[in-house]
Design a protein. Sequence first.
Lengths: 409, 130
Amino acid sequence: MDRFIYLDHNATTPTDPRVVEAMKPYFSEEYGNPSSIYKFAQEAREALEVARAKVARILNAKPEEIFFTSGGTEADNFAIKGIAYANKEKGNRIITSKIEHHAVLNTCKWLEKQGFKVIYVDVDRYGIVDLDEIKSAITDKTILITIMHANNEIGTIEPIREIGKMLQEINEQRITNNKPRIYFHTDAVQTVGKIPIDVSELDIDLLSLSGHKFYGPKGVGALFIRKRTKIDSLLHGGHHERNRRAGTENIPGIVGLGKACEIAMEEQEKEEKKLKALRNRLEKAIVEKIGDVVINGHPEQRLAGTLNICVKYVEGESMLLNLDFEGITASSGSACTSGSLEPSHVLLALGIPPEVAHGSLRFSLGRDNTEEDIDRVIEFLPPIVEKLRAMSPFGRDREGGLRWNTQKR
Amino acid sequence: MEYSEKVMEHFMHPKNVGRIEDADGVGRAGNPICGDIMAIYIKVKDDVITDIKFETFGCGAAIATSSMVTELVKGKTIEEALKITNRAVAEALDGLPPIKMHCSLLAEEGVKAAITDYKKKQELNNKGKL
């Protein structure tokens, strides 16, 4: 293998060397515990607050609204369980979508076992949630709506602002009628550092983010909690994070997260343009060179670096293994790669038949990718598909094209 | 999850790929909804499987087990072929990751289905002769 091409940035990103550099002093030099009284801990305390301000800035939030966590999964658990339990006297209904990340879906499923009622709204064929369905799912008992900002598999960006505005109107009426307000959470793990986010403009109450999805370190994330939000803690212990998240702060990680936010603020706009051009180049070539391909996700409302396709008559893992052999990394929503018997819940929610969903491939591009990387995929993928299709048991029609055929010939 | 070298070898360079147009028996196993489907074609002479080919839609393990089962079955009598279990196929590949063991069932079922089809055709032929 003469080169390695990483095209799985929605799974994780390399930590930016500038981030690593910023973190370094906080391991063995400035290792003080921010909770300690003595002067030596001063530097750690300051670093914590500087990082908090940087994370707040990328969201246009206030620093006191940022709570550091161990990552996106904890932030999602904190938001959803925290709101559910703090507001359970007011209601027990939660609204989410069918295409959320498992950190949200499985948290909701757990809450269902605890007596909460969760409504999973549908999406259209591009993965966009239906606003009217959300609206009609709201009852007096609804306490939380949680909809992801952008989907990790297909990259579709949800109409968060529209949901936020709709909820604000509903909440105004509810408050005048003495009814409890509905909180709005978004899992923004795939969007922070990639597209501009303003929590005030979007009317969000809670937002989850994760460091390692945008060139920060793994094991650190944050939850934005708007002031005056009624929320319970997930972790109990000391008085860290304004009594809302116990545990000694991961200072190196938090400093790294702050640095990643600072870099993203400067570079995300330029990067988005670059990724979009590369992604479109790849998409166009794949459609042209490989027949019977479906592009998943919204044509416009989609993350710049994400390309999800279904290659008919071929299974995803077998394509990934062949690509890996050529030094190209990507991912798939096939059952074989998810460790379950069913293909991706996201692709099924789009209405894609299971047998087609098994042939999914996701390329997620990032900062270091080049045109040469893309051209290499364009060079290697078509023969891989051809080889696997030649092995496929599906019937050939009169024109020699492949078709699904499970009947005996 | 990691595949053995043998699995990768059979996956990247599978043996006996294709179809036999005048097959004496054709077997199918799997389900496209679950993500694997396999077709096995056999030629039989004097109770011995003289030729075998497969077509598979599936993951690395599904393709590798298809390839391996055809190698194991080729040249065997019908009776011997029926005794080949999915475990034997997996062992011949130096093992499969636990979550992939069900893929080896596909190989066993495909061969059994092809033999059943062959026997059915034989019966019909014999009846025709009578």
